[in-house]
Design a protein around this ligand. Structure first.
Ligand code: DGY
Length: 307
């Protein structure tokens, strides 16, 4: 029986399956375990079930001499030093595919909400500013006939493209291996949706220069990672009207403090990293993380390795 440290209670009953075979220590808090608790928690652990907010870095790996498996409860694994883990022979897994549709749905929800000015409309109603039906009031942007630029054409990018097709949009894409140059995409797109992983190459991919290339009527959607967008540049671009709006499911840092200057920018919609937040998706993610741990702790390769 191995010892597994789990950094949060998870939805569904997947952890019961893990507990049937291994000794679990589940952090009971609804906030991430403090760093010292995490380091102490892994000191005797053979396995770790981590969330994207837990930093699994070289220091943690050094503090965990018995660690053999890290199962991240996320598709993204930029919180894990995979190189350091691999050098120690530790298997690292993630939860791919299962959150593709949920995340693509959210990207589209954000895109529609911005295009049709839903946050502005809702605020108007609640604040008693809804005066009458106005011929030229609250005018938004059409999706049909508009061009959607997808940055990062992996599974989630593909799922967003499928939705865009249903809305009669023209889809263009740019990714590491295929598609058009990013510069051209930014200049042509009416909506830009980000779906690339956060790596040293994509950090602040969307900065001042990229934002200046976008049309003043274009909207930016980020459901990838906050670090892909330079938020200082985004704030300035929104204030200057260099783009029409931005909707973010992810920010840097997370959570974004309520007093962050970015939140003063106009035409900005921010939601708290809920791309994968549906009941079915989060339960399936737990099952996959558990399947990864069960395999690795039994000496088998993880079914969903982080690659
Ligand atoms: C992930 O799994 O990486 C997503 O960002 C979670 O919503």
């Amino acid at each position: 029986m191995a010892h597994v440290f789990v950094t949060r209670q998870l939805p569904g009953d997947a952890l019961e399956r893990l507990a049937a075979e291994h000794d679990l220590e589940v952090w009971p808090g609804d906030m991430p375990p403090p760093r010292e608790t995490l380091l102490a928690g892994v000191a005797e652990a053979d396995g770790l079930l981590s969330l994207l907010v837990d930093q699994v870095d070289a220091e943690l790996i050094d503090a965990a001499p018995r660690l053999r498996a890290v199962a991240n409860y996320a598709i993204g694994f930029d919180n894990i030093d995979v190189e350091a883990a691999t050098a120690r022979g530790i298997q690292v897994g993630n939860t791919p595919d299962v959150l593709t549709d949920a995340t693509a749905d959210l990207a589209f929800a954000l895109l529609l909400a911005m295009a049709r000015r839903l946050p502005q409309g809702e605020a108007q109603v609640r604040e008693g500013r809804w005066r009458t039906w106005e011929p030229a009031g609250d005018l938004g942007a059409d999706l049909s006939g508009a061009t959607l630029g997808i940055v990062g054409r992996g599974r989630i990018g593909d799922a967003v493209a499928l939705r865009a097709d249903g809305f009669g949009m023209e889809v263009i894409a740019s990714s590491r291996r295929s598609g058009m140059p990013l510069e051209e995409l930014l200049e042509r797109a009416d909506f830009v949706s980000l779906h690339c992983p956060l790596t040293p190459a994509t950090r602040h991919l969307i900065g001042t220069e990229a934002l200046q290339r976008m049309k003043p009527s274009a909207y930016l959607v980020n459901t990838a990672r906050g670090g892909v967008v330079d938020q200082v540049a985004l704030r300035l671009a929104l204030i200057a009207g260099e783009i029409a709006g931005a909707a973010l499911d992810v920010t840097d840092p997370e959570p974004l403090p309520a007093g962050d200057p970015l939140l003063e920018a106009p035409n900005l919609l921010v939601v708290p990293h809920v791309g994968s937040a549906t009941v079915r998706t989060r339960e399936r993610m737990a099952e996959m993380a558990v399947e990864n741990l069960l395999a690795a702790l039994a000496g088998r390769p993880m079914p969903y390795p982080a690659t």
